[in-house]
Design a binder for this molecule. Structure first.
Ligand SMILES: Nc1ncnc2c1ncn2[C@@H]1O[C@H](COP(=O)(O)OS(=O)(=O)O)[C@@H](OP(=O)(O)O)[C@H]1O
Length: 403
């Protein structure tokens, strides 16, 4: 008999490794399971919502928050218990199933589909786009994409089916919103968006252009540090010489021409803060009435006011009031307040006692420290931006107090 012990051992080893890896994948994918119990007539229904990291077409990604709320909204009059905490669920809620029940008997949201967006947050980069999207996603009639899709600037060739696949699952009554801040400054994007949907709603958030430029610089420097770590070897020199090395200087070194002392208009953080230039490209295709300009300074101090405007613009009921925010002293920003209930309330009084609140802040990459600019440097930047700002104010028929 021919034997090949080495091969058999390898086969066994690789088979074992494969099985262990699959098991690891299975275990690491399912991160959390939540149950929602609903009593309808004399029957009990149990909904399972399972949180997965990563998505799969077999599962239904929906924020736990919205899942619970949709169940509540769609089942008012039923007893509901076990609405579990959603804010810790940082993955997707990817599946739900009905147990002990005939699914058809319940008027529950089954029509979950990925839908193309009817509103896009087009920018501006570092002006508060993530906060804006996170806050509007508190609305039960909104489904916001988690990642920046970059469809209209980077992945346009992939086609609309690809774009749809990047969207979250939503109900028919929900409005899908995505954000990709680089759209605002890319000259090709306005026409592409117009051809995609000429009546789409555009949301632009702006912030003091000086602070936005500094924030952009901080972000680039941060990415640079990550890259320099990666390119520490011979490759690093090549990378540095290819021009990426420019980010290593101080903000002043990069934002001002070293010979003339003039502001360097071709430095990306400065260029991206010339709002009027970018806006005009959008207004070549869209009416101003199709665009809402959000105040990125005010969203930091009174986010509910900006949400009120946004709800109005999107034709949504007003749901995101002051009570949905909590100021976090350590972060120095408002975070969202999330409701969590743990048990089945027997009476209305008990129901309000059982509500607990937790807060969810944006990631640490939002709200980084900025280098402090000397007064004369700031004044020079202010003088430089002033005419561009005035032109922007005229275009949007709105003014901002940018000093
Ligand atoms: N509530 C809340 N929490 C944290 N951060 C907040 C918030 N509201 C607004 N901001 C401001 O958002 C700035 C980041 O902007 P973006 O989210 O548009 O950045 S990005 O373009 O997506 O990278 C970020 O800029 P930096 O402070 O420069 O980091 C914040 O100032």
């Amino acid at each position: 008999m021919l034997r090949c012990p080495k091969l058999t051992r390898y086969k066994l080893m690789s088979g074992g490794l494969l099985a262990a890896f699959s098991l690891f994948l299975m275990l690491s994918t399912v991160t959390r399971m939540n149950e929602v119990h609903i009593r309808h007539g004399s029957k009990d229904f149990t909904f399972f919502s399972v949180a997965f990291y990563g998505s799969s077409d077999n599962f239904v990604p929906l924020s736990q928050e919205n899942l619970s709320r949709n169940i509540i909204n769609n089942c008012s009059g039923y007893n509901i218990s076990g609405i579990s905490e959603c804010n810790l669920c940082s993955g997707y809620i990817s599946n739900y199933a009905v147990e002990n029940s005939d699914e058809s008997q319940l008027p529950l949201p089954i029509s979950l589909k990925r839908r193309l967006p009817s509103a896009i947050v087009i920018g501006a980069r570092k002006a508060g786009t993530r906060a804006l999207l996170r806050f509007i996603n508190l609305h039960p009639d909104v489904a916001a994409s988690r990642q920046e899709t970059h469809f209209f600037d980077r992945y346009f060739d992939q086609g609309l089916d690809w774009y749809r696949d990047q969207m979250p699952y939503s109900l028919e009554t929900q409005l899908t919103v995505e954000k990709t801040p680089s759209y605002f400054v890319d000259w090709m994007v306005p026409e592409r968006v117009y051809n995609f949907n000429s009546s789409i709603k555009l949301i632009l958030i702006v912030r003091n252009p000086i602070d936005r430029a500094v924030s952009d610089y901080v972000q680039l420097k941060h990415s640079q540090r990550r890259l320099s770590f990666k390119y520490k070897t011979l490759e690093f020199e090549k990378f540095y010489k290819s021009g990426h090395g420019e980010y290593f200087g101080s903000f002043e070194e990069l934002a001002f021409d070293r010979y003339t002392g003039e502001i360097n208009k071709s430095y990306a953080p400065i260029k991206r803060s010339l709002y009027c230039r970018h806006l005009e490209k959008w207004l070549n295709h869209f009416q101003l009435s199709q665009m809402l300009v959000i105040d990125g300074e005010n969203i930091k101090v009174r986010p509910w006011e900006e949400m009120y405007k946004l709800e109005e613009f999107l034709g949504l009921s007003h749901q995101i009031g002051k009570d949905r925010f909590v100021y976090n002293e350590t972060k120095g920003f408002y975070c969202v307040r999330l409701e969590k209930r743990n048990q089945l309330p027997q009476t209305n009084d008990q129901a309000s006692d059982l509500i607990m609140w937790s807060e969810q802040c944006l990631a640490d990459s939002k709200g980084r420290d900025h280098p402090v600019l000397q007064r004369d440097v700031r004044q020079q930047l202010l003088n430089f931006f002033q005419p561009f700002n005035n032109r922007f104010f005229m275009r949007v028929s709105q003014t901002f107090d940018w000093k």
